[in-house]
Design a protein around this ligand. Structure first.
Ligand code: PMP
Length: 422
């Protein structure tokens, strides 16, 4: 009898021009980690994506060669730090095709960007009886700031319903637009369901009513080409840590004509031109909205992350993640007792699901024992969960470094969960 042959995996051979996820995975040092004795399968990029070596190197290089406070400094380091910071702003501008860097405000992330608009624009525009129109699938970051702004100004928050598969009910959304609507605030992609919203139609409908549109781009920015001019949106918010950059940095795009009318929202250094005890004059755009010392190394890291993603090619990443989504959807549908939550025709690389008789947290814990990281809970989208009569789901989300082997590990681990719970 022949001795059993050792299992040797075939060497990975990249086909020129093909998206090579194994190669991409190797760019991310954290992917070398083992979790509970198994190679890490990271399926939680919708919560926070990992950072490639290029980003970590850029941050270290900045800190070890260039760091000083930005703007107004006459010494070399300050000038170089300013150039690095403003260079990152230009990279953000180019990445989303904004007209000018005057339209790019650095923030802590999506949440802060939306709060900026809710407080500054909302304070200027919202009056008693006005309405802000959102949807039922929004992240809490695109709900609570509007509740607060509406409460402060006597306005009303209105949410458009979803269809049974988790898509936006577009006719219902359009019917909710009226002469009291002052702003539409919608996600580009739902973090809880993966639904991609029909932004072109939605923006066109809002603009027909003369209503500006804010887009929460947290879940779109890393997964498809975002062109704010083509989308014709008025505000677009995103976070660095969702796009392979660091935490604590993000950006708000805002149409210059709107920003020019908006009052500053936080006061302090850097956002002024001159200060007297009686009053101050404010700085030009975009710095008028950036009070205090900004997250300079975060901006440098974000710039490097965008450069990295451009290097991979947004279209290639998009197609790769579509393949992973199709593979995962097909495989998960085969598992007995598993229910996908959110099956809209247009979806990004997010699969939310429940498993009969197993609490999502138990799924997450058992998967972790297999080295598979997914997220469980309400995903900061409680109204979306309650729309489906749920309080929580398990969610796997994909990034550029995921491979079809990762999906196989997910499915194998879920089969084990099924066995444990009988
Ligand atoms: N909107 C969406 C759709 C999100 O997925 C998230 C993050 N989960 C946010 C907003 C908030 O992003 P951050 O916490 O980076 O401000």
């Amino acid at each position: 009898m022949n001795a059993p042959r050792a299992q040797v995996s075939p060497p990975h051979i990249a086909v020129p021009g093909e998206f090579d996820a194994e190669q991409v995975r190797a760019d991310f040092p954290i992917m070398a980690r083992e979790i509970n004795g198994r190679p890490l399968v990271y399926l939680d990029s919708a919560a926070s994506a990992q950072q490639p070596r290029a980003v970590l190197d850029a941050i270290e290089h900045y800190a070890t060669t260039t760091h000083a406070n930005v703007h107004r400094g006459v010494h070399t380091l300050s000038q170089e730090a300013t150039a690095a910071f403003e260079g990152a702003r230009e990279r953000v501008r180019a990445f989303i095709n904004a007209r000018s860097t005057r339209e790019i405000i650095f923030t802590r992330g999506t949440t802060e960007a939306i709060n900026l608009v809710a407080q500054s624009w909302g304070g200027m525009r919202l009056k008693p009886g006005d309405e802000v129109l959102i949807t039922h699938l929004e992240h809490h970051a695109n709900i609570v700031p509007w509740q607060m702004a509406c409460a402060a100004h006597g306005a009303r928050l209105v949410a458009a319903p979803l269809t049974a598969d988790g898509a936006l009910d577009l006719p219902a959304f359009v019917a909710l637009l009226n002469d009291r609507t002052r702003l539409v605030a919608v996600a580009h992609v739902s973090n809880a369901l993966g639904t991609v919203l029909p932004l072109r139609e939605l923006v066109a409908a809002a603009h027909r009513h003369g209503v500006p549109v804010l887009v929460d781009g947290a879940q779109a920015i890393a997964h498809q080409r975002v062109d704010v001019r083509a989308l014709d949106c008025d505000f677009y918010a995103f976070s660095g840590h969702k796009v392979y950059g660091p935490t604590g940095i993000g950006a708000l795009y805002a149409r210059e004509a709107l920003l020019a009318q908006m009052p500053p929202w936080q006061g302090g250094g850097d956002m002024i031109l001159s200060v007297a005890i009686e009053s101050s004059t404010y700085n030009d755009l975009p710095w008028r909205f950036e009070a205090g010392t900004p997250n300079i190394s975060g901006a440098v890291g974000l710039g490097a992350a965008l450069e990295y993603l451009e290097g991979l090619g947004l279209e290639a990443v998009h197609q790769h993640e579509r393949r992973l989504l199709a593979q995962a959807t097909a495989a998960l549908q085969e598992l007995p007792g598993l229910h996908l939550v959110g099956t809209a025709p247009e979806k990004a690389g997010v699969v939310s699901f429940t498993l009969d008789g197993v609490h999502p947290h138990d799924i997450g814990t058992l998967l972790d024992a297999e080295g598979v990281a997914i997220r469980t809970g309400h995903h900061c989208a409680m109204p979306a969960m309650s729309f489906f009569g749920l309080t929580a789901t398990a969610r796997a989300s994909f990034g550029c470094y995921n491979t079809s082997a990762d999906i196989e590990r997910l499915v194998t681990a879920l089969i084990k969960v099924r066995e444990v719970f009988g």
